[in-house]
Design a protein around this ligand. Structure first.
Ligand SMILES: Cc1ncc(COP(=O)(O)O)c(C=O)c1O
Length: 472
C-alpha cells in the first residue's frame, strides 16, 4: 500500500453508516496552513467547514433551526420553511427539509452568485431574487420579503437566522466543542466573521467558558458597519463590497458583541486574493469570507509571533460557489480585484473606461503648443506623448507647458518639439503592475504600452494610484 493509503486507514473517520445526510454534518477537520504562513512562527489552523455535505458552516444551523421549530410545535408535517438567505443557510435548511419533506422558499439578494441561486433550486427550493441596493427596512429587502411570505403562508416558519438563538446555539453545541477537542484545549485565538454572528457568538462563548484567556477576533469587510460600530458605538455609513455572506448594514440579533474582543476590517482585494491563494497554495478551495478571515488570522499570528499559541479560523464555504466570480480572472479584472502581480499593462489600458481602448492620444513634434494645450483640455489628460513614425520622441505635461506659456505667451505659437521633455518609457503589453510602477517617477510621470508592434496606450502615475486605491 502507498503511504497515503496507509495513513488513511490508520486514521479512521466515518466508520459506521449514517441514517441520513444530516448526520454527516460537523466534525469537520482542522487543517494546518503551511505555505501562506511563510515567515510566521505561530501555528494557524483552518476549520474546514466547506467539507460539510452542503459545503458550508451553515449546514450546522439549518437542521438546528428546523428541529427547534418542531420541538416548539411551530412546524408540523407538510409545513414550509421560509428564509432570507445569502445562500448557504438556504442549503443547510434545504438539506434538513429534503429529508423531512418540508417545502422551502428563499429570498436572496441579487449580488449573490448565480451558482448559489441554482444550487438552492437544485434542492427543490423556490428562490426569489431581490434587489441588493435597498434599505434594510424596504419591503423589497430580502429579509423583509421573507418575513411577509412566512406570515402569509399557512403552517410556515421564518427560519429567522439573524434573530433565531438556535443559530448561535448550534455553534456552541457543535463547532466549538469540536475545536476544543481537536486542539486539546490549546486554542488561544479564534478568528471568524459575522454574517449573522452565529459562529462568532456560539464558538466564542463556549471557548471563553472553557478558557477566559482565549481571544475572539472578528474580521469585517471594509464597507460593513460592524467593525466601526464596535469601535465607536455609533453606526457608520455602509458601503458596497464584494465578499459574500459576511458584514452587515445593521447589527444582527444573533451577534453578541460582548463576546468579540477585537474587530479588524479587510478590503475586498485582500480577501478574494487570499481565497485564491488558499486554493492554489494550500489546496483549500474556499470562498471570499474564508479568505477575509484567513487574512485576519495571519495578521494576528504574525503579530503574536508565538510558536506556543494556536490560532484557529473558519473556512466558511466552498469555492465552487464562486467559480464565476473569485475564480474567474475576467470578473476579478473587471472589478479591479486582481493582485497587482497578475495585472498587466494591457489590463490597465483596457480598464480605463473613459478612453477608447487601443487608442493613444498623442501629437506630432510639429504640432503648435496652442493645439496641444487644446488636446489636453479636450481629453482632460495630464500627459501628452509626442510621437513620430510610431515612436515616442518626447512628452509634454500639462503643468510644465502651462507655466512656460504663462511666462511667455509667444510660446503658444511654437511647435511642441522645442518645449517637450524626454520620451516616456515604453513597456510591452504583458508587463505587470509592479514592473510599471518601478518605471514611474518624477521624470517619467507615465509609461507607454506597446501592443502588436504599435503604441496602444498610456498609463500615468495617477492611473496606477487609482488602481491601487480604488477597488475594494
Ligand atoms: C459564505 C459565508 N461565510 C460566513 C458566514 C457567516 O456565518 P455567521 O452567519 O455564523 O456569522 C456566512 C453566513 O451566512 C456565509 O454565507
Amino acid at each position: 500500500m502507498t503511504d497515503f493509503a496507509d495513513q488513511l486507514l490508520a486514521r479512521p473517520r466515518h466508520t459506521r453508516p449514517y441514517a441520513n445526510i444530516v448526520e454527516a454534518v460537523g466534525w469537520t477537520p482542522l487543517i494546518r496552513l503551511n505555505r501562506v504562513t511563510a515567515g510566521i512562527r505561530t501555528p494557524v489552523y483552518g476549520k474546514a467547514e466547506f467539507m460539510n455535505p452542503g459545503g458550508s458552516v451553515k449546514d450546522r444551523v439549518g437542521p438546528a433551526i428546523i428541529e427547534a421549530a418542531e420541538r416548539a410545535g411551530e412546524l408540523r408535517p407538510g409545513g414550509t420553511v421560509v428564509e432570507g438567505t445569502s445562500g448557504n443557510t438556504g442549503v443547510g435548511l434545504a438539506l434538513a427539509a429534503a429529508i423531512k419533506g418540508y417545502r422551502c422558499i428563499f429570498t436572496i439578494p441579487d449580488k449573490m452568485s448565480q451558482e448559489k441561486v441554482r444550487l438552492l433550486k437544485a434542492f427543490g427550493a423556490e428562490v426569489i431574487v431581490t434587489p441588493t441596493a435597498v434599505a434594510p427596512d424596504h419591503p423589497d429587502n430580502y429579509v423583509m420579503m421573507a418575513k411577509r411570505i412566512a406570515e402569509e403562508t399557512p403552517n410556515a416558519i421564518l427560519a429567522n437566522q439573524f434573530y433565531n438563538q438556535a443559530n448561535p446555539e448550534a455553534h456552541y453545541a457543535t463547532t466549538a466543542p469540536e475545536i476544543w477537542e481537536q486542539t486539546e484545549g490549546r486554542v488561544t485565538h479564534f478568528v471568524s466573521a459575522a454574517g449573522t454572528g452565529g459562529t462568532l457568538t456560539g464558538v466564542g462563548r463556549y471557548l471563553k467558558e472553557r478558557n477566559p484567556a482565549v481571544r475572539i477576533i472578528g474580521g469585517d469587510p471594509v464597507g460593513s458597519i460592524i467593525a466601526g460600530y464596535a469601535a465607536t458605538g455609533s453606526k457608520p455609513e455602509a458601503a458596497p463590497y464584494k465578499v459574500e455572506g459576511i458584514g452587515q448594514d445593521k447589527i444582527p440579533g444573533t451577534l453578541d458583541m460582548s463576546v468579540v474582543d477585537e474587530w479588524r476590517s479587510v478590503e475586498d482585494r485582500a480577501s478574494l486574493g487570499m481565497a485564491r491563494r488558499l486554493t492554489r497554495e494550500e489546496g483549500l478551495f474556499v470562498g471570499g469570507s474564508a479568505g477575509l478571515i484567513c487574512q485576519v488570522a495571519l495578521e494576528v499570528a504574525r503579530e503574536i509571533d508565538d510558536p506556543e499559541a494556536c490560532v484557529v479560523f473558519i473556512l466558511c464555504d466552498t469555492g465552487e460557489r464562486y467559480l464565476s466570480k473569485i475564480f474567474n480572472d475576467e470578473w476579478m479584472r473587471e472589478n479591479r480585484l486582481l493582485e497587482p502581480s497578475r495585472v498587466t499593462a494591457r489590463d490597465m489600458v483596457s480598464g480605463k473606461e473613459d478612453k477608447a481602448p487601443g487608442q493613444l492620444i498623442a501629437v506630432a513634434p510639429e504640432t503648435p503648443v496652442r493645439q496641444a494645450l487644446g488636446f489636453i483640455t479636450q481629453h482632460n489628460i495630464s500627459q501628452l506623448p509626442v510621437v513620430s513614425e510610431g515612436d515616442c520622441v518626447g512628452h509634454i505635461s500639462e503643468a510644465s507647458l502651462m507655466s512656460r506659456v504663462l511666462e511667455n505667451t509667444a510660446t503658444l505659437e511654437q511647435s511642441v518639439q522645442h518645449l517637450m521633455d524626454a520620451p516616456l518609457p515604453v513597456v510591452d503589453a504583458h508587463v505587470d503592475l509592479p514592473g510599471i510602477t518601478r518605471l514611474l517617477n518624477r521624470q517619467n510621470p507615465a509609461v507607454l504600452v506597446r501592443h502588436d508592434g504599435r503604441l496602444a496606450g498610456i498609463i500615468t502615475r495617477y492611473d496606477v494610484l487609482r488602481y491601487l486605491t480604488d477597488a475594494r
